[in-house]
Design a protein around this ligand. Structure first.
Ligand code: ZN
Length: 122
């Protein structure tokens, strides 16, 4: 029996709290958690990013980051979430809010696109 701590990454998704598969990867002198989440899809988050101590207005909108990671993951585009995304409101607005539908028409378009993507028929 060993008391050695295993640095295997995260057990829960930092965006939604779901149990996840996680691997550690190195990119650009930073360590990233490579997350595969049932809700948020596949994405990478810097090990220095801390969603739990985010800027309060961003912390309330982690579900929007989840929606954007999911949207990209469904299109085989794996996003890198940097630490600044969780404390820099301007970056959050540029990278996340700009990707979210802003009115009913855009929401309907997203829902229809989602259904079309999931549909087995052309
Ligand atoms: Zn998740």
């Amino acid at each position: 029996m060993s008391n050695e701590k295993k640095h295997a990454g995260l057990e829960c998704c930092p965006l939604c709290g779901e149990k996840v598969d996680c691997a550690l990867e190195h990119y650009d002198d930073d360590i990233y958690y490579h997350i595969n989440c049932r809700r948020c899809g596949e994405y990478l988050i810097s090990a220095r990013a801390d969603s739990a101590s985010s800027e309060p207005s961003i912390k309330k909108q982690l579900h929007l980051i989840s929606a954007v990671t999911r949207w990209n993951s469904d299109r085989q585009n794996v996003l890198f979430l940097k630490p600044s995304l969780f404390y820099d409101r301007a970056m959050f607005e540029a990278e996340i809010l700009s990707m979210c539908p802003r009115n009913t028409q855009e929401r309907m378009d997203h829902i229809l696109q989602y259904l079309a993507d999931k549909s087995l028929y052309p």
